[in-house]
Design a protein around this ligand. Structure first.
Ligand SMILES: *[C@@H]1O[C@H](CO)[C@@H](O)[C@H](O)[C@H]1NC(C)=O
Ligand SMILES: *[C@@H]1O[C@H](CO)[C@@H](O)[C@H](O)[C@H]1NC(C)=O
Ligand SMILES: *[C@@H]1O[C@H](CO)[C@@H](O)[C@H](O)[C@H]1NC(C)=O
Length: 451
């Protein structure tokens, strides 16, 4: 930042101008202009930074793409938001050269190429800035880049608005869809053929991305899901981007809590089912309840679990009580209408379960007294019928490097990571497995939302 400031102010330094008489007479004017420039710079800079601070206020993103691990990156100005929550960071911290060749500090469009048939481009991230394209592999700019867009993607215009990859069979051929104003270009990766299309029912996208085999066009702080072949938008769109792609404590006023919580792409914090078979899933400040008639309701955590407030780490059910763990503390609620918080709680996790908080996930399987506690890459057993309780039987989890939430029911264990869950017939099989079983979608298969 200092460098940029100096670069900007250098011509305004009085020593720079002091050489000639003519210049001397101009000095007051120049100083005045310099002052105005400096103030303008400070103001721009301030606004620029203030504007990117809070994505929960409804930001228009410049570009969106998933990284090699499938984590979405949202670009705004010279900043980048990684994943669904957390603060903005400078884009050049992750992609150094985006700044070197460019002082604009923004990205027009971005996507990740993910075509196994095409080893040269496979798993590369592409960024578009004005007339240039940058190709990164594992966060490193590749030799020879940036290049002109016209060289790498002949027939595709400069100054794009958005771009998204579209593999077969979602598109007829492995393609990239480019957006500029209301023009749509389908670029065939193999033949380099460009087909110009009109997506009449679609708004002009300011960014676009593919996530869990769905295609999203962002326009302002709204988004629409579209069919990549035809551009058709089905269903109730546009919707608020922050409701589904960001983890916020407050959402837009029109936000439908149930719809949002069912369909959100943000990972769950915790999940459990109680002795009656009612399922509770927690995310940020809200939770969803699914009763055993499959009726879904959503509410704020505050409204049902006041003492806990929000942002729980793990929840398990044991003997008609919900054990809710947040940071270093355990809150215990007796299940009922309303749920009642037990006297004497919250207690330290260490005192209640004998293990240091925070933990990532916890569950009890039916008719057993063992709480299975997942903390980092290990799982522990805590015998709930023992006093004092203590963790035992520590085993490493080899399948996943992080677990967001887990639950156990009559059918076995469900382990949730990101937008997916995995089913295991028993805890033993979960711990002993060497390969991940079939992926299930959380929003679709637990809450019946497919968009
Ligand atoms: C990154 O960008 C910021 C502002 O855009 C600039 O101040 C900083 O020097 C840049 N850092 C690098 C390593 O280029
Ligand atoms: C989309 O872009 C075209 C071309 O610039 C413009 O005429 C049209 O008004 C835009 N549509 C919307 C909804 O902004
Ligand atoms: C659930 O279903 C049962 C039987 O179908 C019905 O008697 C009961 O009223 C339902 N409960 C709710 C909360 O809808």
């Amino acid at each position: 930042m200092l460098q940029q400031q100096l670069r900007y102010l250098l011509p305004c330094s009085p020593t720079y101008w002091i050489r000639g008489q003519v210049v001397m007479t101009l000095l007051p004017h120049i100083l005045f202009i310099c002052l105005v420039l400096a103030l303008t710079w400070a103001q721009d800079h301030h606004q620029h930074h203030a504007a990117v601070l809070d994505r929960c206020k409804g930001l228009e993103m410049d570009a969106v793409a998933v990284n090699e691990e499938g984590i979405p990156y949202f670009f705004k100005g010279d900043h980048l938001f990684k994943g669904f929550h957390g603060k903005a960071e400078l884009s050049n911290g992750s992609f150094t050269e985006l700044d070197d060749h460019h002082h604009l500090g923004h990205v027009d469009a971005a996507f990740r190429m993910h075509y196994e048939d095409d080893p040269t481009h496979h798993d590369h991230m592409f960024f578009f800035l004005d007339n240039k394209v940058f190709r990164y592999y594992q966060h490193k700019l590749e030799a020879g880049y940036p290049k002109d867009i016209s060289e790498v993607f002949p027939g595709i215009p400069d100054h794009l608005d958005a771009a998204v990859e579209c593999p077969k069979p979602e598109c007829d051929e492995d393609s990239v869809i480019f957006f500029k104003k209301d023009d749509i270009y389908h670029y065939n990766v193999k033949t380099k053929a460009v087909e110009k299309k009109e997506f009449d029912s679609m708004p002009n996208c300011t960014s676009a991305f593919r996530f869990m085999e769905h295609y999203y066009c962002f326009h302002g702080h709204m988004f629409s899901k579209f069919d990549p072949k035809t551009g058709d938008v089905h269903g109730k769109y546009p919707k608020e981007a922050r409701d589904y792609f960001m983890r916020c404590s407050k959402f837009s006023d029109e936000s439908d809590h149930l719809e949002r919580e069912r369909c959100s792409r943000v990972h769950l914090d915790a999940i459990t089912s109680d002795d009656d078979g009612d399922l509770y899933a927690f995310r940020g400040h809200h939770f969803i309840r699914k009763d055993n008639n499959d009726t879904l309701t959503s509410n704020s955590i505050e409204s049902a679990f006041k003492e806990l407030h929000s942002e729980v780490d793990a929840v398990f059910s044991y003997q008609d009580h919900l054990y809710m763990i947040k940071d270093d503390h355990v809150y215990v609620y007796k299940v009922g209408e309303p749920h009642t918080h037990l006297d004497g709680y919250p207690k330290p996790v260490k005192e209640e379960l004998g293990i240091e908080g925070p933990i990532d996930a916890a569950f009890v399987c039916q008719d057993h007294h063992i709480a299975h506690i997942i903390k980092g890459k290990d799982i522990y057993d805590v015998d709930m019928s023992a006093t004092p309780r203590a963790p035992s039987n520590k085993r490493p989890i080899s399948l996943l490097n992080k677990v967001d939430a887990a639950m156990c029911g009559p059918g076995g264990v469900k382990v949730i990571r990101g937008n997916h869950f995995y089913h295991f017939d028993s805890v033993m099989l979960f711990v002993a497995s060497r390969a991940l079983p079939e992926q299930h979608k959380v929003s679709l298969e637990l809450f019946g939302c497919d968009h």
